[in-house]
Design a binder for this molecule. Sequence first.
Ligand SMILES: C[S@@+](CC[C@H](N)C(=O)[O-])C[C@H]1O[C@@H](n2cnc3c(N)ncnc32)[C@H](O)[C@@H]1O
Length: 239
Amino acid sequence: MSGATPERVPLPGEANRGRAVQAMFDRIAPSYDLLNRVMTFRVDQRWRRRLIGALALRDGERLLDLCAGTMDVAAEARRRAPGLAVVGADFSREMLARGAAKTGLPAAQADALALPFASGRFDAATVAFGVRNLERLDQGLSELARVLRPGGRLGVLEFFRPESQGSRFVHGAYNRLALPVLGRVLSPDPEAYRYLVASMERFASRPEFEEACRKAGFREVRGATLFPGVCGLVTAVRA
Ligand SMILES: C[S@@+](CC[C@H](N)C(=O)[O-])C[C@H]1O[C@@H](n2cnc3c(N)ncnc32)[C@H](O)[C@@H]1O
């Protein structure tokens, strides 16, 4: 890690985010898995299992794990269905290199907004904690719809913006009390920690995200709260 102060990473809704987001994930890749486990009190892996369980993946199917990062979702999918063909895609080389080394699964460096895959290639797609980072959410969802076959399933885990007063309270308490302490102790990159908190507060709520999925060509859009005010799961079927 260099001593230089990293540039401010633009938030959801702000322009020119792609390169700054990519650079931030390249920087934090070495500590990403540890930060994830500690900041979620190890519940993150349970959330990923819920995501994979919801998609009912079968041997012989093709799964795209988009914004795959260090590929924990891809690995969990493969554990559940050993005959599944899984590819992890991400635009951060550093995250993906760690994921590929850790899981031994195929990985493709790719931008979610312009995927290098043929239309209808996949039976299912997952995005865990990735959609919040996209410069254009509508374009990312359209790309996911394009690469899924009709009837293909999408599963998204995300820290959606909380809507109810109760969820906002839980979210605010965690962000302002627990995360600053954990972030300071564990993260070598204060900008990444600031971005994490601020981007959660600026991103779509779960109902807003569900509507964006419908607009992008998904049906049977269903949402569930995995942790009130913190983490949600949305599943949908490509029309
Ligand atoms: C918070 S990490 C999540 C990683 C992993 N899915 C997990 O469950 O831990 C978000 C990932 O999304 C990737 N990402 C963000 N925007 C992207 C884009 N436009 N195209 C491809 N990957 C992107 C980042 O590089 C990062 O690895």
